[in-house]
Every structure is written in structure tokens, then in C-alpha cells.
Write a protein that binds this ligand. Structure first.
Ligand SMILES: NC(=O)c1ccc[n+]([C@@H]2O[C@H](COP(=O)([O-])OP(=O)(O)OC[C@H]3O[C@@H](n4cnc5c(N)ncnc54)[C@H](OP(=O)(O)O)[C@@H]3O)[C@@H](O)[C@H]2O)c1
Length: 350
């Protein structure tokens, strides 16, 4: 029997696609996934509907089709440039359009995806471990406006809200370029092809700072918990693997995994430095019989510049979630190597 119908906006994205899978296989749940370009392949218990969140009428049509929505997960975002100032009015309008359509009797919970940018991760060093109630940074930050919209709209309503704040999300996600795993794998493959050691191409301070990642499946489990546990109601939670690491410790392991000597820190602006490497990647692909894909589809170098550029600690406290009842943790090193294995098995990386 289906008790819950979850509308998940941004259903094909990094933050939500594992949640779609997880809820679809959780007894009592049905999922309606919204995005502009729904996937063609069907999935049991999931209905993908095309909707443009920037268009209020499109949101209403999709929600009418979804049926009696009990839970809303908002994991979409307006187009943005890596490291730039994100568009607050566009992001808030998208959430508002969908909330207007879903805010009916029967709605029980609304979950909002936020992230470590809440703490100003993209601006420079911030107080660590970051706690959910830390002071906000100077706006703009679309998460602030979105969460304020939710808390305002929730007053006097029968639904509660929650928010998750993951750090960089990692996954085996072949169709999604913006992924640290495939980017690191492509970097290593090109180092090997060119006969150079595995240098760390980020900032020197990023090699030694403490940092952390969020596995997409762990995030999905955390969100499922927030959707239903009363202890999570009307609160935001940091969600990470829970084991901060330093690249300086992990890098030799990665070098060994790729069969390369561990190199040195060599800060490069990868977006510029790797621009001429398509031909090298074609050679790598041919030599290893990889599924043919352009290097730019495997490794978005501007994203790598962003992800390996934090020359300060990036740590969020997960105490609040643990105290409230979510205890999952994950070994980040094993997670990264496991995802790399999956890319190899799919013949997407050598
Ligand atoms: N990725 C990370 O590492 C990360 C880390 C921390 C926090 N977050 C946060 O998580 C949230 C989701 O980010 P993400 O990385 O999952 O994004 P993403 O991978 O770029 O996916 C965005 C999703 O939203 C959909 N979408 C975009 N514009 C839409 C529109 N106008 N109408 C309907 N659907 C639309 C996209 O599908 P279509 O293009 O088909 O519409 C896609 O399903 C954001 O708030 C982000 O800041 C992400």
C-alpha cells in the first residue's frame, strides 16, 4: 500500500537521483520526479514528469498529475557558473512556484537541499567544524532566501520542513560530468599516458587542509530519515561522510591505485592547462577500449579547480544529526576507490 507520494524536484541531479532510487524501493513510497528533461528509462515506483520550475503553470500541471503529494524534496538549481555568484531571484522563484503548487492539505513535509556554501565555503576560510546555527555570511546566498521562504510559509501549516547541507557530493554517475571521481580518474589516466607522476593539481594549502565529502547514497539515507523522523522537523542538518581527511594522506593511495608514482603539489589552473588534452584522452580511450566520450564530458576542469582549491579546512559538524537519530558514516577512502572501480568496470575510465 502506498502511504506517501514524494515529489522530488531536480530528480536527475547529483543530490536527488539516489534518493529517487532509495524511496522507490522503500515500502509505502511512490516517487514523482520532476525535471525539464526526464530520463527515457522507466523505473518501478517512479514517474518522471517534465516540468520547468521557472514556470508556475508548468509546476501546477505536474503537481496535479502527481496526485496527493505528501512530501516535497527540492533539489533543483538554476544554471550557474562554477565559483560565481548564484542567481538568488531565479532560485527562489523556482522553489516558490513548486511550493505554491504543492502547498495543499495532505502535504506533510518539505525538504530543501542546501550545502556547505551556507557557511561561505566558496568565499574563504570559515569557522570549523561548521555548525548549523553559525552566523550567516554577507548575502547573496540563495539558500538563505529559500530557507527563509520555507520557514515563513510553514507558519500555521500542517507540514514541517527540513534542510540538508552536504559538502561536495560524490557518486558513480556516468551521465554526470560534474563529479570529482571521474575528474580525478581522467587526470590520473592522462598523467599515465604522458608518463608523469600523479601530481596534486590543486592549491598547496588544499593538499594539507582537512576536508570531507558526501557520498550520494549516504545523503539519500539522511534525507529519507529527515522526511519522516519528527526529531528532524523544522531544522537543518549537515550531512557528510563523517570522516574528515587530507588529500596529502589519500593521494599516495590514489597514486598506488592508478599504478603511478606519487608526485608533488603542482598548482595548475586545470581549465586552462587541460584544454589541449582531448587528443591525449582519445588515445587513452582507444588503448583501453573505453566507451567513447569527450574528455569534457568526463572531466569538467573548472569544477576540479573549484573542488581542489580550498586551502583551508572544510569540515561540518554532524553532531546535530547524530544526536537527532541519524548515525550513518562512511569511509571516504574506500568510497572513492569503490566509485573508481565502478567507473573502470563500466569502461568509462582505464
Ligand atoms: N552537486 C554537489 O556536489 C552539491 C553539493 C552540495 C549541495 N548541492 C546542492 O544540491 C542542490 C541540487 O544540486 P545538484 O548538484 O544536484 O544539481 P544538478 O546535478 O545540476 O541537477 C539539477 C537538477 O535540477 C533540474 N533542473 C534544473 N533546472 C530546472 C528547471 N528550471 N525546472 C526543472 N528542473 C530543473 C535538472 O534537470 P533538467 O536539467 O533536466 O531540468 C536536474 O535534475 C543545489 O542546491 C546544490 O547547491 C550540490
Amino acid at each position: 500500500m502506498v502511504d506517501n507520494i514524494a515529489v522530488i524536484a531536480g530528480a536527475t541531479g547529483a543530490a536527488a537521483s539516489r534518493l529517487v532510487e532509495l524511496l522507490a524501493e522503500t515500502p509505502g513510497w511512490r516517487v514523482v520526479g520532476l525535471c525539464r528533461r526526464p530520463p527515457g528509462t522507466p523505473r518501478a515506483n517512479v514517474r518522471y514528469l517534465a516540468a520547468d520550475l521557472a514556470d508556475a503553470a508548468s509546476c501546477r500541471r505536474a503537481v496535479d498529475e502527481a496526485g496527493a503529494v505528501t512530501h516535497l524534496v527540492y533539489a533543483a538549481r538554476a544554471a550557474f557558473a562554477e565559483g560565481g555568484v548564484e542567481d538568488v531571484p531565479a532560485n527562489v522563484a523556482m522553489l516558490r512556484n513548486l511550493l505554491d503548487a504543492c502547498d495543499r492539505p495532505g502535504l506533510r513535509h518539505v525538504h530543501l537541499l542546501e550545502g556547505t556554501k551556507w557557511y561561505g565555503l566558496h568565499l574563504g576560510p570559515f569557522a570549523t567544524p561548521a555548525r548549523e546555527d553559525d552566523p550567516r555570511h554577507m548575502p547573496p546566498n540563495f539558500y538563505y532566501d529559500q530557507q527563509d521562504l520555507l520557514t515563513e510559509r510553514r507558519t500555521g501549516k500542517g507540514w514541517s520542513w527540513s534542510a540538508s547541507r552536504p559538502n561536495l557530493i560524490v557518486d558513480f554517475a556516468p551521465g554526470r560530468a560534474r563529479n570529482l571521481v571521474s575528474t580525478l580518474g581522467a587526470w590520473a589516466a592522462i598523467c599515465r599516458e604522458l608518463g608523469v607522476p600523479l601530481d596534486f593539481p590543486g592549491r598547496a594549502g588544499a593538499y594539507t587542509a582537512l576536508t570531507e565529502l558526501t557520498d550520494a547514497r549516504l545523503l539519500a539515507r539522511a534525507i529519507r530519515w529527515m522526511l519522516t523522523d519528527p526529531r528532524a522537523a523544522d531544522r537543518a542538518f549537515n550531512v557528510t561522510n563523517g570522516d574528515p581527511f587530507r588529500w596529502s594522506r589519500l593521494w599516495p593511495r590514489l597514486a598506488a591505485y592508478f599504478g603511478l608514482p606519487c608526485g608533488q603539489v603542482r598548482p595548475l589552473r586545470l581549465a586552462a592547462w587541460m584544454a589541449d588534452k582531448e587528443a591525449v584522452w582519445r588515445r587513452v580511450s582507444a588503448r583501453h577500449g573505453l566507451v567513447p566520450r569527450r574528455l569534457s564530458e568526463v572531466a569538467p576542469w573548472d569544477f576540479a579547480d573549484f573542488a581542489l582549491g580550498f586551502d583551508y579546512d572544510v569540515i561540518s559538524s554532524t553532531t546535530r544529526a547524530r544526536e537527532a537519530g541519524f548515525h550513518d558514516v562512511l569511509d571516504t577512502e574506500a568510497m572513492l576507490l569503490g566509485h573508481l572501480d565502478a567507473y573502470r568496470e563500466a569502461r568509462l575510465l582505464p
